[in-house]
Design a protein around this ligand. Structure first.
Ligand code: BV8
Ligand code: ZN
Length: 289
């Protein structure tokens, strides 16, 4: 990607001191993690994610919903951060005041070099009790080798149990015995107030908001870019297609995050490391400064 839009976005990024990077499912698409818009596969294709990701669905069929999340978690464990995730870490390496806010429940920002993104919708790696909220261990970390893994779960090359593509009885809480649930925010549930407050505060104080790979249809997360725009900060969007955010954006960069974000980092900081992007080259650790 080249052209005047990229140059303008690069200028805005280079001038920013308190940038916010706001990400959605498109950020992880090139890592092989399906977006919410992408059709579900296998057994899950007959279910609407907007229905499965609800307290009502879990109450009605805990094994179905737990199985879905375990399949997604295994998929994420096998995924790798893409050059887009590394570019976000590079922005934070250049601007230590950068705040990364994500709607995603995968851990690819952390594995891509951003230690603590603001998580609006929780994580696939933070199961807890559905009754007493006691944190629960991640299954394979809990299961001793040869433990009662579901039958037929051959070990995968990385020693991980093959994802059990189907309903799976959720573990019982070690405290009260109730079913363990995924540590994500379901539709109809409130967002964690600390994360939402941190996101609104960052968007209110930023001097640039970069929105990447979101359809901006899920609320209240979709209001975060609007907070920044209302307070006069330029908004730059990275998305292959138009979204409801187009109208508030100073620049719309039409392309995939894994290609556009590295190009944007180079446009902002032409002296960026020549090795860039080498998907496996760890970008200088932000904390190493
Ligand atoms: C609540 C965790 C109340 C679970 C998720 C106002 C208006 C309308 C509706 C509402 C409203 N306020 C509330 C609602 C209801 C609802 C909502 O927004 N519904 C929508 C569907 C209309 N909101 C809620 O229910 C929220 N809770 O309101 O509670 C309350 C308040 C107080 C007290 C009690 C209750 C909770 C919402 C959170 C739900 N949980 N995730 C899980 O993951 O299973 S949301 C989930 O879907 C994701 O986290 C993400 O946020 C969202 C998907 O959106 P995106 O990330 O944008 O992804 P999407 O697939 O849509 O789009 C991908 C984009 O990427 C596309 O644009 C595509 O073009 C682009 N792309 C593709 N490839 C690439 C790319 N971009 C760049 N590079 C690429 N390579
Ligand atoms: Zn419990």
């Amino acid at each position: 990607m080249t052209g005047p839009e990229l140059a303008e976005a690069g200028r805005l990024l280079a001038a920013a001191r308190r940038p916010v990077v706001f990400t959605g499912a498109g950020m992880s698409a090139e890592s092989g993690v399906p977006t919410f818009r992408d059709a579900q596969t296998g057994l899950w294709q007959r279910y609407d994610p907007l229905e499965l990701a609800t307290p009502a669905a879990f109450r009605a069929d805990p094994a179905l919903v737990w199985g879905w999340y375990e399949a997604r978690r295994h998929g994420v464990r096998r995924a790798l951060p893409n050059p887009g995730h590394r570019a976000v870490a590079a922005i934070r390496a250049r601007c230590p005041e950068t705040v990364v806010i994500t709607q995603n429940v995968d851990d690819l920002h952390e594995r891509g070099g951003v230690p603590a993104p603001v998580r609006l919708h929780g994580s696939l790696f933070a199961p807890r009790c559905s009754a007493c909220a006691r944190p629960a261990p991640i299954p394979e970390d809990a299961a001793a080798p040869g433990d009662d893994a579901p039958p037929g779960d051959a070990a995968a090359p990385d020693g991980m149990p093959e994802p059990h593509a189907g309903p799976l009885t959720p573990p019982a809480c070690a405290g009260c015995g109730a079913p363990v649930r995924p540590g994500v925010v379901w539709f109809g549930e409130a967002l964690p107030s600390a994360a939402l407050d941190a996101a609104v505060e960052a968007a209110s104080g930023c001097d640039l908001l970069l929105t990447v790979g979101t359809s901006a249809l899920v609320h209240p997360a979709a209001e975060i870019p609007l907070v920044a725009a209302r307070l006069g900060a330029p908004v730059v969007q990275v998305n292959p297609v138009p979204t409801p955010l187009d109208a508030i954006c100073a620049v719309n960069l039409r392309g995939p995050a894994g290609e556009v974000l590295p190009a944007l980092v180079r446009a902002a900081w032409p002296d960026a490391d020549a090795a860039w992007p080498d998907a496996d080259a760890a970008w200088p650790d932000a904390d190493a400064g």
